[in-house]
Design a protein around this ligand. Structure first.
Ligand code: MG
Ligand code: MG
Length: 253
């Protein structure tokens, strides 16, 4: 069952989302060629701890870090490592969760390391566009399929692969709650109600749809080794415009 969030739950989710947005701000400001993905994880941990939040990912099903770092053909769930060094021309998807007041914020963003190719720029632009096309449909009276269809339409128009094994999800007291949200239409006509919170997160590929999990049991990679991008926001449905929870909120600064 999908549960509507109460006023108090929403307040804490905004705060958790704010902290997640602060982590992304720090990622953007500090990210450069020559640093390791472990360096990024250390920065994320500092931001989360200094804001008195809990890194949601750390220990989640045994995950050993507080962010996922997925470079180029890696799609999601990459594990930060001191041996993994960012190179000029890479793109990196960084996914982070923070828990505050018992509530979770979850957001991922793809970043360019220095100058990147035009095709990688297009991949990032289109994936972000598909996220916002999905977000626009997150309103009371629409259905989950309206979100899925909007994401799929952008990917199809731009001839991008759509990762099918992973998708968006309800979020709240835990990171993954009902419903599962596909990034392509499956005809799920479950109505969206004001008070629902869903993490919307398209993962698009420059090549085909297919992905595989590496032998570390975490990192997901495209089978054709073409680059992949990932953008995610935690979004609240209202009777009016959808509210992005994973942004910087002035009231918490
Ligand atoms: Mg995430
Ligand atoms: Mg998520």
């Amino acid at each position: 069952m999908i549960k509507k969030k109460s006023r108090d739950e929403i307040k804490h989710m905004r705060h958790a989302g704010h902290i997640v947005a602060l982590v992304h701000k720090a990622m953007k400001e500090n990210l450069h060629a020559g640093m390791s993905t472990k360096d990024l994880d250390d920065i994320a941990m500092d931001v989360i701890k200094s804001n008195r939040a809990i890194p949601t990912f750390l220990g989640y099903n045994g995950f050993p870090a507080c962010i996922c770092t997925s470079i180029n053909e890696n799609v999601v769930h990459g594990i930060p490592s001191k041996d993994e060094i960012l190179q000029e021309g890479d793109i990196i998807a960084i996914d982070v969760g923070a828990t505050y007041g018992g509530m979770v914020g979850d957001s991922a963003w793809s970043y360019a390391v220095g100058e990147i190719s035009e095709e990688k720029q297009r991949l990032m632009r289109v994936t972000e566009e598909s996220l916002f096309a999905g977000i626009k449909q997150m309103r009371a009276g629409n259905t989950l399929d309206d979100i899925s269809k909007a994401i799929e339409a952008v990917a199809v128009r731009e001839k991008m692969g759509i990762v099918r094994q992973y998708g968006g999800h309800g979020v709240g007291h835990t990171m993954h709650e009902e419903p599962f949200l596909y990034n392509y239409s499956v005809g799920n006509h479950t109505p969206i109600k004001a008070g629902y919170v869903i993490a919307i997160e398209p993962m698009l590929n420059l090549g085909g749809d297919d992905v595989e999990v590496l032998s570390n049991d975490w990192t997901v990679r495209t089978v054709d080794r073409k680059p992949s991008a990932h953008f995610e926001h935690t979004v609240l449905a209202t009777d009016g415009e959808p509210e992005l929870m994973t942004t910087i909120h002035e009231e918490f600064l």
